[in-house]
Design a protein around this ligand. Structure first.
Ligand SMILES: NC(=O)c1ccc[n+]([C@@H]2O[C@H](COP(=O)([O-])OP(=O)(O)OC[C@H]3O[C@@H](n4cnc5c(N)ncnc54)[C@H](O)[C@@H]3O)[C@@H](O)[C@H]2O)c1
Length: 309
């Protein structure tokens, strides 16, 4: 199948590209900063011919439509976004206007499916919910502008499905960790909790009184690929999560892998919701995470050690 992966140079997008290439798909990466060398290195000689990397901005519709037409795109996985609310106007332009452009390009060019990346930030915290495990179709109470843009994306997915019969799906992730993260609050956790200890530097982990639902980047990417290839689904949006642990528990586990790790846990809480009902994603997409926190963290730390000699 011929795929467009927006944001394909990003943390999750790169893993999506790698998985699609392994499955024999042709991929066009559409990214405002496509790192062509890094993508080529990721795919290796065998798969690099399956990739075309294009510099493009999702806030402009016409070039997106042209790329879909020129490359005969059949399926879109949309991962381009701004992961914070530091510049609200930019976050809204990219995450809202940009997402609508991606859906619109998909509609205009007749793609088979559009898969959008969402976030459990749409739910805010647990305090608004009576259920211990937040249902897949629970109402949204985002506590941040970023979460509100993702909630808007999910509404757009539903709107395009109902109004234009565009087969759009959204997968919302919990806290994603793994190699190569460079945006959003999770970057700080990855740097201080995993990267610095693995290269022998002291790590000072912020918000260490938080509990997270930790999903490894390969699992997050696999959920998008599964969503793009699944048969017709009943649900339009799905929550994908994995293991629940406090930051202190994960730090203890890092210390078992790196006995001389110098990790300081700084006080504070950055607490998003972390308990969810996964029945729809399991039943409709066949998704279950492959990585527990133990093998995800081990894989991540092994990669950091390999990259740093
Ligand atoms: N990382 C997480 O923990 C997490 C959690 C929940 C949801 N998500 C969602 O997953 C998706 C991917 O996140 P990520 O962690 O890979 O982010 P990332 O920042 O690593 O990647 C985003 C990519 O989008 C590109 N981009 C930004 N603006 C663009 C524009 N205007 N036009 C084209 N490309 C543009 C960037 O260059 C980058 O390569 C996002 O939608 C994010 O909201 C991520």
């Amino acid at each position: 199948m011929r795929y467009l992966v927006t944001g394909g140079s990003g943390f999750i997008g790169r893993q999506v590209v790698k998985m699609l290439a392994r499955e024999g798909d042709q991929i066009v990466v559409y990214d405002i900063k496509p790192d062509k060398d890094r993508l080529a290195g990721l795919l290796g000689d065998r798969d690099s011919s399956k990739l075309t990397a294009i510099t493009g901005d999702i806030t402009e519709l016409d070039p997106l439509v042209k790329v879909c037409t020129d490359h005969g795109i059949e399926n879109i996985i949309h991962t381009a976004a701004i992961l914070d609310s530091l510049n609200p106007a930019v976050t809204v332009r990219v995450n809202c206007d940009g997402a609508v452009n991606v859906l619109e390009a998909g509609r205009m060019t007749g793609v088979k499916r559009v898969v959008m990346s969402s976030s459990v930030a749409v739910f805010g915290g647990h305090d608004k919910y009576r259920e211990e495990f937040i249902p897949n179709d629970a109402p949204h109470f985002p506590g941040s502008l970023y979460g509100a843009t993702k909630s808007f994306n999910e509404r757009c997915v539903d709107y395009y499905f109902r109004t234009y019969s565009l087969d759009a799906i959204a997968v919302r992730f919990t806290h994603v960790y793994g190699t190569g993260r460079s945006s959003g609050i999770g970057t700080k956790f990855d740097e201080e909790l995993f990267i610095k200890p693995a290269i022998g530097k002291p790590g000072k982990v912020p918000y260490s009184e938080s509990i997270h639902n930790w999903i490894y980047v390969e699992d997050a990417a696999r959920s998008l690929v599964l969503a793009s290839k699944a048969l017709k689904t009943e649900s339009r949006c799905f929550t994908a999560g994995s293991d629940i642990h406090s930051v202190a528990e994960v730090a203890d586990y890092v210390r078992t892998l790196i006995p001389d790790a110098d990790i300081t846990l700084l006080p504070g809480k950055f607490q998003l919701a972390y308990k969810f009902d996964y029945s729809p994603i399991q039943n409709e997409l066949g998704f279950k995470p492959n990585f527990t926190i133990e093998n995800g963290v081990k894989d991540f730390i092994d990669q950091i050690i390999n990259e740093n000699g």
